[in-house]
Design a binder for this molecule. Structure first.
Ligand code: NDP
Length: 254
């Protein structure tokens, strides 16, 4: 369908080398977008590029640590150098430190905020002039259920993901006049490297997610495919500032 067609579009996905980010990349590639994957691990980057290219589009990768603002700016420049433009930015890379708040060091708190929130701000800021050149763009920020709920074991993460929702609304307000839509996706509990770690570190988490989810299952990264293409495409041109749960009903179930 023309509304969902991403042919000729260029997407930059932080943390696009695995989990939810790679699911965004493959969905957008299937809709015709060229994809730049950014991550720290060169092997994962290479595998992700191979998978994305199997959909018949151009793809490439950059080794980037997004806690470095200069690296975030260079990542945007390098994407434009490689593909000629930037239409879609997915601020997806993220991390967590799971401890009670009284046990978290300031360095740990800062590291999570810098990874999950500051990098999204810096990268969006760097993408803005590029999106102005093509008279529009799509910014998709990845939040979490912890954008909505508190978590005793994850105060820095929840702080960063709450901030992502407000950053999303603010960028949406500022840049709507430039035909740039900025939205957030709030994934539920999705089976990825990040949550495999969480299941080991938080006793009872696996069972709690199953019993709390109306769908009765953990999500998989590909559960995001439809929302990814919708938010990246013309189909969402009048949707901005929204935070869309992709959670199998977790956030509405009691
Ligand atoms: P993964 O651990 O599979 O992916 C995390 C990604 O972030 C990896 O690609 C990793 O790349 C990248 N990354 C982490 N830190 C950095 C850094 N400093 N610089 C560059 N890249 C970095 O987890 P998910 O796919 O689950 O997570 C993706 C996003 O989804 C995160 O923002 C997470 O908070 C969010 N989310 C996940 C949920 C879930 O249940 N899984 C629920 C709600 C939100 P590399 O390995 O190369 O470092």
């Amino acid at each position: 369908m023309r509304l969902f067609d991403l042919s000729g579009r260029v997407a930059l996905i932080t943390g696009g080398n695995g989990g939810i980010g790679l699911a965004f990349g493959t969905a957008m590639a299937e809709a015709g977008a060229q994809v730049m994957v950014a991550g720290r691990n060169p092997n994962k980057n290479g595998e992700a590029v191979k998978k994305i290219k199997s959909f018949g589009v151009e793809a490439d990768s950059l080794i980037v640590d997004i806690t470095d603002p200069e690296a975030c700016r260079a990542m945007v420049n390098d994407t434009v150098k490689r593909f000629g433009r930037l239409d879609i930015l997915v601020n997806n890379a993220g991390t967590a430190v799971r401890k009670q708040p009284q046990d978290i060091s300031l360095d740990e708190f800062r590291m999570v905020i810098e990874t999950n929130l500051t990098s999204a701000f810096v990268t969006s800021q760097a993408a803005y002039p590029e999106m102005l050149k093509t008279k529009g763009g799509k910014i998709i920020n990845i939040g979490s259920m912890m954008s909505l709920f508190g978590a005793a074991f994850s105060s820095p993460y929840a702080s960063s993901k709450g901030g992502i929702v407000q950053l999303t609304k603010s960028l949406a307000c500022a840049w709507a006049k430039d035909n740039i839509q900025c939205n957030a996706v709030l994934p539920g509990w999705i089976d990825t490297e990040l949550t495999q770690q969480a299941r080991e570190q938080v006793p009872g988490l696996h069972e709690r997610v199953l019993s709390r989810s109306p769908t009765g299952r953990w999500g998989v990264p590909d559960d995001h495919a439809g929302t990814a293409v919708f938010l990246a495409s013309a189909a969402s041109d009048f949707v901005t500032g929204a935070s869309i749960p992709v959670d199998g009903g977790y956030s509405v179930f009691i």
